[in-house]
Design a protein around this ligand. Structure first.
Ligand code: COA
Length: 330
């Protein structure tokens, strides 16, 4: 799916929230046979955040949402819709979006969850854009939130080193003048679906996988390096822009080597690439909005900048989005 955004939709608010508890690579090395050196060299990850027992995807997401609303200067009651991207919801139902809506005092706002794993935030942005463009909503909160630490088999060193917990949120609004969202490319290849999966209650009863992340790392790595580049180029083309127009590249934070490979292939110099994978690991649907928020608060993204975002992961799905930054500096 490739699309240019014909309607004007602006990003007016952004926020993120990560748990306080830091888990270092050295701490993981006390649980499985690995080392800080191995993890840092193969992934770029040094540490990640782990949710407290009282935290959930809804509580982390609600805190990110509060911050996004505060930065937008609007009340939760002004929202028409909440779209939550998560692969680690509090419940199958109710939707995490309902729980977040209640926590932030959004009243009887419409809301639902979207399952597209690490591509979830990009899919949710596309959903929010579509609802606004179709006239169904004017102001939409998009939340990417995960507590992946509870989906990990902590005795599997090939997966437990990679993920962390956290949430990010943005507020989008129909705008008369500012053309924020510019282009999308979304896709998925179900033939690779079981290369990266977590079984849920509805899967075939004679096929017990356990409720943990299962992954073929090398195959997912090959897939990721291919789609990050291809999808980025397609959404730029949809937006009528080129790599030379990109001010900030915000890829999904799965592995520093995947990010560096993509940046090299796209011809993006280091200064235009934002990454925090060293501090948070892979927070799945939380990763891109957490990056956007940090980049904005650090002054790395400002009004008028062209931001290229790209996500990939379970599905195997991918998606990218080109946006002109419409939010004033903090
Ligand atoms: N510590 C030490 N050794 C480890 C290890 C760890 N945490 N995990 C795996 N190894 C070992 C393997 O057992 C293997 O040993 P062997 O050669 O004796 O059999 C060796 O390291 C190489 O394993 P391999 O899986 O080929 O490593 P890799 O270079 O592909 O790196 C990943 C593994 C997981 C870091 C890498 O494949 C990756 O990042 N893939 C993409 C994953 C991803 O991003 N998923 C989420 C997408 S949203």
């Amino acid at each position: 799916m490739i699309a240019a955004c014909g309607q004007r939709v602006a990003l007016i608010g952004i926020g993120s929230h990560v748990p306080e508890r830091v888990m270092s690579n050295d701490e993981i090395a006390t649980m499985v046979e690995t080392s800080d050196e191995w993890i840092a060299q193969r992934t770029g990850i040094r540490e990640r955040r782990i949710a407290a027992a009282s935290d959930s995807s809804a509580t982390l997401g609600a805190e990110a949402a509060r911050r996004a609303l505060e930065s937008a200067g609007i009340d939760a009651g002004e929202l028409d819709l909440i779209v939550t991207a998560t692969a680690s919801p509090d419940y199958y139902f109710p939707a995490t979006a309902s729980l977040i809506g209640q926590r932030i005092g959004a009243g009887e706002v419409a809301g639902y969850d979207l399952s597209a794993a690490c591509t979830g935030f990009i899919y949710a942005l596309a959903q929010a854009y579509s609802q606004i463009a179709a006239g169904l909503a004017e102001t939409v909160l998009v939340v990417g939130t995960e507590v992946f630490s509870r989906l990990l088999d902590w005795s599997d060193r090939s997966t437990c080193i990679l993920f962390g917990d956290g949430a990010g949120a943005v507020v989008l609004r129909r705008d008369d003048d500012r053309h924020g969202l510019r282009g999308f490319e979304l896709g998925a290849d179900g033939s690779g679906a079981l290369l990266l999966s977590v079984a849920a209650a509805g899967h075939a009863a004679d096929h017990d996988e356990g409720p943990f992340v299962r992954m073929n790392g090398p195959e997912v790595y090959k897939f990721a390096t291919r789609v990050v580049v291809d999808s980025s180029l397609r959404s730029l083309e949809a937006a009528g822009l080129g790599v030379e127009d990109v001010d900030v590249f915000v890829p999904h934070q799965a592995n520093r080597r995947i990010i560096d490979h993509a940046a090299r292939r796209l011809g993006l110099d280091h200064a235009r690439v934002f990454s925090n994978v060293d501090r948070y690991g892979n927070t799945s649907a939380g990763s891109i909005p957490i990056c956007l928020d940090e980049a904005w608060r650090q002054g790395r993204i400002g009004p008028g900048d062209i931001v290229l975002m790209v996500g990939f992961g379970g599905g195997l799905a991918w998606g990218s989005c080109v946006m002109e930054w419409t939010k004033e500096r903090p």
